[in-house]
Design a protein. Structure first.
Length: 76
């Protein structure tokens, strides 16, 4: 049984409880408490280049678009 997504395989083995429990134990992704995948941009959902300072929680690309509206000034 190979599948890219664990949820597809769950549909096939739901009727077999012993196999179902073992599959869940070994194949379902665990909950994360730290790391890159935990923080997503509030506007677009990107994972990288995250600005969390001042409680913004947005990526740098969205920050560039919304900086003036947020009250930031660009200094040369």
């Amino acid at each position: 049984m190979t599948a890219a997504d664990h949820k597809k395989t769950l549909v096939q083995i739901k009727k077999k409880p012993a196999i179902y429990k073992k599959f869940l134990k070994h194949n379902v992704p665990k909950k994360r408490s730290t790391g890159k995948n935990l923080r997503k941009c509030k506007r677009c959902g990107r994972l990288g280049a995250h600005i969390s300072k001042y409680g913004l929680g947005i990526c740098r690309q969205c920050f560039r678009e919304a900086a003036v509206k947020l009250g930031f000034k660009k200094y040369n």
